[in-house]
Design a protein around this ligand. Structure first.
Ligand code: PGA
Length: 255
């Protein structure tokens, strides 16, 4: 698998466009972004709408930008009207797929078991999964953050063995921070990332957690990105709103 890569000091920035941008708009964004990525030492990735993957991935091949999807179905094929499979995404040009994003969990009722099936499917089809976990505001208020993240992470990784472990990217995205303008402080995010890394160690063993990138997501913008990226266990960021404007995004990926 053409991997998004292990940590080794390189920070990763994934833009999550959600349901924004037609293929034409996406192409124009990527063409403008191309020259600007030359100044960045970060690994730059974009999770784009399905309809934009093909066009944008052809363009991105010549630049330092990786293209992925935002969701997929867990079956390899079948009678699932309106769904899309891992092999379709790969053929269209996706390298990775976001799985378990909080909008999928809360608006589309995806549970941990289903997300785990999607993880297994993505890995077996050599599409790199980015597993998203995070607690809601109420869960945090009730002191349940660690319990919720432990459950989402351990169930999401069920039956995923060490040989596949190095292909996973994890994203900690507290639901209360997504699209709200409320970011976790660098200290709080670092604490949760260190906790996630300890869970990866518990699940996989063998020290591979040290190589797995853990990204932070939730209202990341130009004002907060640098202190977040300075934290030892924050290996990159997953950016929604601030990834939609090419000039803003280009500034976010500057070193
Ligand atoms: P946001 O979204 O940056 O707009 O909060 C992040 C995400 O949903 O991945």
């Amino acid at each position: 698998m053409d991997s998004l890569g292990a940590r080794r000091g390189v920070k990763m920035v994934i833009g999550n466009w959600k349901m924004h941008k037609t293929a034409k708009e996406a192409l124009s964004f990527v063409r403008s972004l191309g020259p600007l990525t030359k100044k960045s030492s970060h690994k730059v990735c974009l999770a784009v709408p399905f309809t934009a993957i093909h066009a944008v991935s052809l363009e991105a091949k010549q630049m330092n930008v990786r293209i992925g999807a935002q969701n997929m179905h867990e079956a390899s094929e079948g009678a699932f009207t309106g769904e899309i499979s891992a092999s379709m995404l790969k053929e269209a040009g996706a390298d990775f797929v976001l799985l378990g994003h909080s909008e999928r969990r809360h608006l589309f009722c995806e549970n941990d078991e289903r997300i785990n099936q999607k993880m297994l499917r993505a890995l077996s089809e050599e599409l790199q999964p980015v597993l998203c976990v995070g607690e809601t505001a109420l869960e945090r208020e009730e002191g349940l953050s660690r319990q919720v993240v432990r459950r989402q992470l351990m169930e999401g990784l069920k039956d995923i063995h060490r040989e596949w472990g190095s292909r996973i990217v994890l994203a900690y995205e507290p639901v209360w921070a997504i699209g709200t303008g409320k970011t976790a402080t660098p200290e709080l995010a670092q604490e949760m990332h260190a906790f996630c890394r300890s869970l990866l160690a518990e699940h996989f063993g063998g020290g591979i957690e040290k190589d797995l990138p853990i990204l932070y997501g939730g209202s990341v913008n130009l004002n907060n990105v640098r202190p977040l990226l300075e934290q030892p266990d924050i290996d990159g960021v997953l950016v929604g709103g601030a990834s939609l404007d090419v000039e803003l995004f280009a500034r976010l990926i500057e070193d």
